[in-house]
Design a binder for this molecule. Structure first.
Ligand SMILES: Cc1cc2nc3c(=O)[nH]c(=O)nc-3n(C[C@H](O)[C@H](O)[C@H](O)COP(=O)(O)OP(=O)(O)OC[C@H]3O[C@@H](n4cnc5c(N)ncnc54)[C@H](O)[C@@H]3O)c2cc1C
Length: 537
């Protein structure tokens, strides 16, 4: 039995499996296997609509088992690829034992990942926008911000709650900001105390114009349209950092916000990065047949592959259109190899490009014809509906869209998971970490940087009572005594901290005597220190 093993359940992986099933339907000597973290394919072009709820969360995904019924699906995480031994190792399932899959042909279709590495605070505070879970988290976060803004009395905090920043003016950033803008402005009408004029939606983009993938005229149209709808364009700027309170731009500007969406940085999948093969910008270099040079039987397609299109000689952009066409060519070439026939070279000229701008408008370039407004939007919907795999999904999405034309946006906040008990936070220089009088909700441990503990009188700092550095903690007294904080803590320089929430702290404090002793000793020392605030720090 020959095994073709596909890694990745995105467009490239699933379309490879679907094509192989069709081409190999008369052969029983070839097993097709597909390993993916999820058992569904996400139709990413429709992900931005999950933010506004104009498409139901589950309607953008299709079970892989239904699309590829003859493929053995391994819903596992790939942990290692050994090209010499021709074996792939995956995570274990219910039983904690190693799981290895040998292959004759390997298709690497693992996509890329969102990476905020290197920019302080982005990992901790920016919301990625790539996977299904990201769209749900973002939607819930936006509704949460509106809920908080409705009852917040502090004007500064309310401003941050009502400011929404999206970083990245490419396709996914523009589509996301358009949906977010429509959703926030429409939903805010249901909140009694929110002044609609106070809402800010900002798109930060590093170049002079958004949508660099589109012709200039269309991109400018999209820009003007978004501006008319209230999106502020912050062009030729980059987001270089973030805190829980603001987005930091490369010119030193701080935009106070509680919602920063990062659509820009994508990095190589770590599994791909670890392979000993040639790479171009982190993507696996393949030959014209989509095979990895020097590794017969190893193939790659989609966002993780560096593919040169034969007719233009240009590298393919990372789009779903290209991933699906590459998958079909790659599958045909695997079958040709199995049957000893000549293989074909990948050639594909896209028919056009479309970007949705919310509110029944879009921009499009189809067969060289440029369209915008309602017609482009209608085309966008029709084309994507046709492309969506599975009849039941098409029907569900068509129904979602029809209902969306007449119903107001849904503002239900789904609280799906507990917020992490242990989290990392980043603060820039001179930021308030907590204020005197606040409720003690977290314990803080300094990873790097320095903070100062300040006593305040009627909102004005009267004395700096302590300075703390790496390895020191603060905030324990208010947690132990259940009293409001009696001092303000602010950062002296950029600071990274680990924080533990109240519930987790109390669990550990109650059940771990050495930890209890440690904190009791610390509190006693700090209480006897004349400089330290009497009950908190
Ligand atoms: C918001 C958004 C909007 C977009 N809009 C458009 C659009 O309008 N038009 C367009 O053409 N393109 C669009 N794109 C781009 C398009 O979605 C991608 O180019 C396409 O999904 C790439 O497919 P892929 O199979 O190569 O990678 P992916 O779709 O990223 O799939 C990779 C797969 O590998 C799996 N995987 C990764 N690591 C592991 C592991 N260790 N173990 C197991 N499985 C793993 C993942 O779970 C996933 O299933 C959009 C992208 C986004 C994020």
């Amino acid at each position: 039995m020959t095994r073709v093993l596909i890694l990745g359940g995105g467009f490239a992986g699933v379309y490879t499996a679907m094509t192989l099933e069709r081409l190999l339907r008369r052969r029983s000597d070839v097993e097709i296997g597909l390993v993916s973290k999820e058992n569904y394919l996400v139709f990413q072009p429709m992900l931005p609509e999950v933010i506004s709820g104009s498409i139901g969360l589950l309607d953008t995904i299709t079970p892989i088992r239904r699309l590829c019924p003859r493929t053995n699906l391994y819903t596992r995480e790939v942990e290692a690829i050994d090209l010499d031994r021709r074996v792939v190792s995956t995570s274990s399932g219910f039983r904690p034992r190693p799981y290895h899959l040998a292959y004759d042909h390997l298709v690497i279709a693992l996509g890329n990942i969102t990476s905020f590495g290197g920019q302080p605070g982005l990992q901790e505070h920016a919301l990625p926008f790539k996977y299904l879970g990201d769209a749900l988290v973002l939607r819930n976060h936006i509704i949460h911000a509106l809920e908080e803004a409705d009852i917040e009395s502090d004007a500064e905090i309310r401003t941050a709650l009502l400011t929404f920043v999206v970083a990245g003016g490419g396709f996914s950033g523009v589509e996301a900001v358009a949906e977010l803008n429509d959703f926030v402005r429409e939903s805010a009408r249901s909140f009694r105390n929110i002044d609609l004029r106070a809402i800010r939606v900002v798109l930060v983009h590093s170049r002079g114009r958004i949508l660099p993938e589109l012709p200039e005229g269309l991109a400018r149209f999209a820009q003007r349209l978004l501006e008319r709808r209230g999106v502020e364009m912050c062009l030729n700027r980059r987001v270089v950092g973030a805190t829980g309170e603001s987005a930091l731009l490369d010119d030193g500007t701080r935009i106070p916000t509680k919602t920063l969406v990062g659509t820009v940085p994508s990095a190589a999948n770590p599994l791909v990065a670890a392979l000993p093969c040639k790479k171009e910008n982190g993507r696996l270099v393949v030959d014209g047949h989509l095979e990895v040079p020097g590794y017969p039987g190893v193939w790659a397609a989609g966002d993780c592959a560096s593919v040169v299109e034969a007719t233009t000689g240009e590298p393919c952009p990372p789009t779903a259109q290209h991933a699906t066409r590459q998958a079909r060519c790659l599958a045909a070439n695997i079958v040709a190899t199995l049957e000893g026939r000549p293989r074909s070279v990948f050639a594909f000229r896209p028919l056009g490009q479309l970007a949705a701008l919310g509110h029944r408008s879009a921009v499009a370039e189809i067969l060289g014809v440029k369209l915008h407004g309602f017609l482009a939007w209608w085309l966008w919907r029709s084309i994507y509906l046709l492309k969506m795999p599975g009849f039941d999904r098409k029907l569900r999405v068509a129904m979602d869209w029809t209902l969306d034309l007449v119903l107001p946006p849904d503002i239900v906040q789904l609280k799906t998971d507990k917020t992490a008990s242990l989290a990392r936070e980043h603060f820039e220089k001179e930021e308030i970490i907590f204020r005197q009088g606040d409720r003690g909700d977290r314990l803080y441990v300094i990873v790097n940087g320095e903070v100062e503990v300040v006593r305040e009188d009627e909102g004005r700092a009267t004395a700096v009572v302590a300075r703390l550095g790496p390895g020191e903690c603060f905030g324990e007294m208010a947690l132990v005594s259940d009293q409001p904080r009696t001092a303000t803590v602010r950062s002296v320089c950029p600071v990274n901290v680990l924080t533990m929430d109240r519930a987790a702290f109390h669990e550990l404090f109650a059940h771990l005597p050495p930890l209890r002793r440690l904190f009791q000793q610390l509190i006693a020392e700090r209480s006897h220190d004349a400089n330290w605030p009497p009950r908190d720090g």
